[in-house]
Write a protein that binds this ligand. Structure first.
Ligand code: PLP
Length: 434
């Protein structure tokens, strides 16, 4: 037998399939790297990643130094409990008691590795093979993989630009079957930046309740609130615990404290659930056996102090305003973001999405095609670069956008259409005159 066969069959087919998939983001990155080789580093304005460039709160370093010096703990670097250390759990409980306007204790909270860890342990705990998870589309692009991790089936519920990306009852109800186990809602929303209205959440809760009763088993609502403290002034996110009993919130400080690499996240379970402690115990087993684990001990101890601060979140309002001005100037359609640091504009009708995004990269702007999030014909811009960088990038965007449309023949077609219209008008008049 040839030795090569063992090289080829070393991985499982599922991972081989994932490796073969060239994601749209990777493709954009490749073109951007080639551009940088030709034009030099820094030639590209990169709107692709949701990796905040705004620094963590200025108090962060001091808090961490003091935490590391504080040795008044038994085995400060020893293994943690799989639910996470109590001071960190208490700090999250206090924050979410305020945000949800409900009494939450540390017993309703488990710490995990980022928001992704929190989502994964919940899915591990509730899904059986073939169970269905309903996700409104466009969606955070990692959800399908999380669901597949536990052999679940993802069911997309399409939402429309024309509806401001809000979920509509008719489309939502179509997603329910006897296998429906969970609905993941994400608000403020990546990639669109919208916040689901109370009306939308009320409808979602009613529909889940209806099908839970019909099929006789629990349907969960998992509310991904990684951007919950990043809302535009005057906007209030919904409070899921007031709407639906079998709900849990996934959260992390990755975005609002600019600490994504530290993997500090939590799952908060609705205290209304009678068997909440049993469920948290199940989640702690998932945390351990998936080796996701709570965050490191140092950050768990620092959490009560860290959570008193955020990074400069106001700057994201400014970043969105700057970009919106540019979009308006260029007559680009978009739904006004109400939170996050994203905006999700529409590609002009008649222009191919990939051609548009690739041409934009060649014109020095990296954006992510909407189909990566299940919404073809749009693109996501991440504005977490900071105000000065967004100003510079927006100016480049304006030039690149005009050039891209020109290169794709959009302006030309438009001018020809206008010309045709002008030619047609006098002809009509001539007929009339006759
Ligand atoms: N959920 C959403 C909607 C996100 O945008 C992200 C990250 O971009 C995550 C979850 C993952 O967050 P974390 O890095 O804290 O795991």
């Amino acid at each position: 037998m040839e030795e090569d066969i063992f090289e080829k069959t070393a991985l499982c087919p599922y991972m081989c399939e994932l490796c073969q998939k060239t994601s749209a983001i990777r493709k954009m990155d490749q073109i951007a790297s080639e551009m940088e080789k030709i034009h030099g580093k820094g030639c590209i304005q990169n709107f692709s990643l949701g990796n905040p460039r705004v620094p963590p709160p200025k108090e962060y370093d001091q808090i961490m130094i003091e935490t590391i010096k504080d040795k008044d703990f038994f085995l400060p670097h020893g293994y943690a409990s799989n639910v996470g250390d109590q001071p960190g759990r208490e700090a999250i409980a206090e924050l979410f008691s305020k945000l949800q306007d409900t009494k939450i204790t540390y017993k309703n909270v488990i710490l995990s590795s980022g928001c992704a860890g929190a989502i994964n342990i919940l899915l591990r705990t509730i899904l059986s093979v073939g169970d269905e998870v309903v996700v409104p589309s466009p969606y955070f692009l990692e959800y399908p993989y999380y669901v597949q991790n536990y052999h679940g089936q993802i069911i997309f519920c399409p939402t429309k630009f024309e509806d401001g990306w809000q979920i509509k009852r008719e489309a939502f109800e179509k997603c329910f079957t006897a296998r429906t186990r969970c609905v993941i809602v994400n608000s403020p929303h990546n990639p669109t930046g919208i916040v689901y209205s109370d009306e939308t959440i009320k409808m979602i809760s009613e529909v889940c309740e209806k099908y839970m009763k019909k099929f006789g088993r629990t349907i969960w609502i998992l509310s991904d609130e990684v951007y919950c403290r990043m809302v535009r002034p005057g906007k209030k996110p919904y409070q899921i615990f007031k709407f639906y009993k079998f709900s849990a919130i996934a959260y992390s400080v990755s975005k609002d404290l600019s600490l994504p690499g530290e993997r500090i996240g939590a799952l908060i379970m609705n205290p209304e659930i009678k068997l909440c402690e049993r469920n948290i115990h199940a989640l702690s087993i998932a945390n351990e056996f998936l080796s996701i684990y709570p965050p490191n001990r140092l950050h768990m101890r620092a959490l009560p102090r860290l959570l008193k601060y955020t990074s400069d979140l106001k700057c994201y309002d400014e970043c969105q305003q700057i970009m919106e001005e540019t979009l308006k100037k260029l007559n680009i359609e978009y739904i006004q973001p109400e939170g996050t640091f994203y905006v999700f504009p529409k590609i002009p009708d008649g222009i191919d999405e990939m051609a548009f995004c690739e041409t934009m990269v060649k014109n020095f702007i990296v954006i992510v095609p909407g189909s990566a999030f299940g919404a073809k014909g749009f693109y996501r811009m991440s504005l977490c670069l900071g105000v000065e960088a967004v100003k510079k990038a927006a100016a480049q965007f304006e030039i690149s956008y005009k050039k891209t449309l020109e290169e794709l023949g959009y302006g030309k077609n438009k001018k020809e259409e206008e010309k045709e219209e002008k030619v047609v008008e006098p002809q009509k008049n001539e007929v009339k005159d006759n």
